[in-house]
Design a protein. Sequence first.
Lengths: 666, 514
Amino acid sequence: MTLTLAILVPLLPFLGALAGLACGRRAPGMARPLAVLPTLTAAVLAVVVAARLGPGHILDAATELTPTGGVQIYLSLNLDGIAVLLAVLVGVVATCVQVYSTAYLREDPRYPSYAALVSLFTSAMLLVLYSGDLIVLLVGWEVMGICSYFLVGHHWEREDARSASIKAFLVTKLGDVPFLFGIFVLAGDAGTFQINGVIGAATTGHLHHATLAALLLLCGVAGKSAQFPLHTWLPDAMAGPTPVSALIHAATMVAAGVYLVARLMPVFLLSTAALVVLGVMAVITMIGSALCALAQDDLKRVLAYSTVGQLGYMTGALAVGDRDAALFHLLTHGAFKALLFLAAGVVIHAAHTNSLTAMARPGGLSPDGSGISGTGGSGAGLLRRRVPDAYTTMGIGLLALAGVPPFSGFFSKESVLTAAEQAANGHALTDGLGPAGNVPCFLGWTVLVGGLLTALLTAMYVARLWLLAFHPRGAQSVGGENAGAKVTTAEPAAMRWPLWLLAVPSLALGLVGLRTNWLPAWLDGVSLTPSLPTSLIGTGVALLGFGLAYAAWRRAAATLPADAVAAGAVADPGRVLLGPLFGPARDGFGVDRLYDRLFVRPVLGAAELVAFLDREVVETYVKGAAISPGLVGRVVRRAQNGNTQGYLSALAAGVVVLAIVVAVAQ
Amino acid sequence: MTVLLLVLLALPLVGSAATLVPALGGRRALWLGVAVTGADLAVAIALAAGFDLHHPARMQGVTDVAWIPALNVRFHLGVDGISLPLLVLTALLTFLCAVYSLKRLPAGGSERGWTGLLLLLATGMLATFAVLDLLLFFVAFEIVLVPMYFLIARWGGENRGPAAFRFILYTLLGSAVMLLGLLLLGLKAGTFDMTALAANHGHGLSRGTQILVVLAIGIGLAVKAPMWPFHSWLPDAHTAAPTAGSVLLAGVLLKMGTYGFVRVLIPSVPLGMHELAPYIGAFAVVGIIYGSLACLSLARPGSRGDLKRLIAFSSVGHMGFVLLGVATLNPIGINGALFANIGHGLITGLLFFLVGAVKDRYGTADLDTLAGARAESGAALYGRAPRLGALLAFGAVASLGLPGLAGFWGELLAMLGAFHPAAGLSRPTFLTLMVLAGLGTLLTAAYLLSVVRRICMGDLATAPAVPGASLTDVQTYEAVTWTPLVVLTVVAGLWPALLLGLSTPAVQALLGGS
């Protein structure tokens, strides 16, 4: 029974997607029910599956998908606490996004295909979570990639969407190729693609190439979970519609990489090298992305960089061996980041611009006039009045992101920091999944210090975002407070209640880690209660970040010259806080240019070379081959000159030669 | 079964002969083509239904009678798990081409001629996959050249004369060498019977003979496949060929080459294959990278790349995966090769249909004319003809090997095969080949998505103008011909056991004892 329900969970959205694509244009009225109902049912079923399975239990079932002539591939389910809990998260977020999209893309003629792709995406993510076979997992893994490609390219008439969609697919594919080889290495040692079998081989010491496999897998993880150096696709992917960002680029697809490492934790714990690479990658990602977030002008790009950073916390927790902390943060982050994106969608919808400076400016005008506000003279300062739901819920989400107690992000972030602290003391919390001695102390310190620094920066950019979007200083509100009073909230209910639904876990989900028979019972049973010293330091750092950002904002407002104010400049605390780093941080420290030099240009150069070779060299020998029969013909033709004497003498010479050859041979 | 297989081959031959009757001219000839190929497809499906799935390694529906006793050549037919999918694919693609030609017969010649040649082509293609005698195989292999030559030379597009000439010259040269190899193999082994040769596994053939046989037959097959550097006839032939010609050329003719490797060379001369496998693998991988890079350069704005030429070059890359699978000489890789054969037939068949449709609408397949020469412009097919655009994107995504579609399993198994090459082959070499092939999948994704970006996406306001008032979206006849390919691409991708279950035992039988 549980098995049947579990099979239905990924299957329903898939069927919904097929039906949606099949009758999209012919029956537009069907598009919405076909989008929402299968996803909703899948979410309910995911909850039922989780409830029936209960903490600490595992469901395993497999049937052969195909023979290959070698290692067989199974269509198998492997449900444990991690899989079923994440499936619930995916189901809930996907349902919220589908409901929200019915309103957000109400006028969009492309809604049917959009909704079908979101359903297909949901199905693929659920397949990744439930699958017990690495190849089947890879199927879901890459289907998510292509859905993301199509959804980022939803506004294909825009150049930024076109290039962002290609970039998103190719950068993740760059990681997926080594990832596939990593699976080969694992299967080569374990003799099976089944996750159970691989973990069994890891625990019994049959995995002889654990470091190689782990490093190869990390490439794919870095691609999907947007870790340095493969993170560059995520900020650009914000060209997609906002609900897509909420679903794919915050709560689910980027979670797949973290989930995979957690699932294969025993493999990674066998290799100190892989853990160190993962940890260093995590710390660079966290700090770098937080600096970038502090300098972005686009509201969605700030959130995108914050996603990259929060994923860094998760991979950091994995690097110090504590997958429970990583998954805890994954759950809370999934909730509050989805909330933040959906709320941002409402704000952008109301402000008619993505730009924070434009929001902070009266009338919502950007300098080039492109982000013209449809609401005319209403002051931007009134944004918070026009979208009260988004204002409040975004506040909740931002506090959770900054890790302020008692919001959910606080508890999960503290559990990550506690794990790092334990590892720094040489007692990594691996919970028997692997030898704790493989987690070096310096790695614990690196993650701990990086995590605290990131917490400071996170608080700063959270404060900056809040102040710029909702409490602007600098340019004067010319419209006045009265103009805004006439504006009523125009957001439909379908865009408001998902916010409140997600606000509940953003507020309270952190509490589930407090009792060992709550969340830890579903995972490995490691305590998720934050330790007192890290909590105090963490909270202090967050408050310090707020304070610094506020002070910088005041200073920026005070030093803003009057003519600049008239020209539409607004006080930006990021500029003061980052100083000379502001410029580089704004364009992502030039990683894109590096990629261009390292990959794009050499490949295009090689392509030109091949075109040249094909045109000049290969063609030449083909032509040569065509000419040579002609030359032979000419030579032979010359012999056929009709001269009888010539023929006879040649004949005589031939006879003589033959006679000599025969004589010698005998 | 026996009767079905004979009927399968006889039907198109009889139909082809019937087109010689002058009364069957005009539309009647086209309908005759549809009827014959339709009946043939029904026979092929019946053959598949009657196939004993529990013994896919055994030859079924066998006919074995003396043909040229003096040379010990026998009329020997049979079908097993390796040839059955190829037979069904051939029958299907021929039928779809016949249906498509009903509405879209390119200018160039009479309907009677077209149908006759198409049916003759079908006979040759089906026979290649059904015969079990080396000389008969050669005859079938050569039969297809004649109709394909005329299809390109008479119904083709621009530059059709030289392209057809190059096609026939190239493949005939390859075939001449192949005939020598076949004769050498048959005379040295004392039999032309493929099943006997396979059962013998090269016993009694010296190492030198085996290598010579592989070299001679291999060159003929490599030209057909095509393997780099024998590929240069392909882009020209495809660019010039009419849509149906391109579909059959890519969908079936190329497979005859790789089928020959699996059916003739691997079981009959295992030692020779073993010696030359690393070279075949290396050429295959060079083909993958070379083909992808050539496509990438064609897809660049301003390079005046032709879309048909691009898909043709992509075939060089995809057939590289098939050849890599063959070169691994282990069941996984060969299974992958056979799967990729079918997958490529379905997907590239679809892509050539789609590109043909684009060319019909725009009058050209030149990317710069379609999409504009600037990097940021595009033809915006998603907006102008949403269904056509969506199908093109689907074809591209399937072609880049997305898991869950037919292109994936072949590539996966070819690379997995290279990860564990057959005993005795150099593992480091094959690991290097595997990594390069993996890089090839990335390049493939890059050029296919660039094509989608330039053709499907784009701003409607700045997109180059369409000839005529607007672009017609997918028509009924197009939907009818394309739907089976789309459905099969998805089905084969979601349920690979459909094909792998057939080929796995047969491949193991071929390799057994070697």
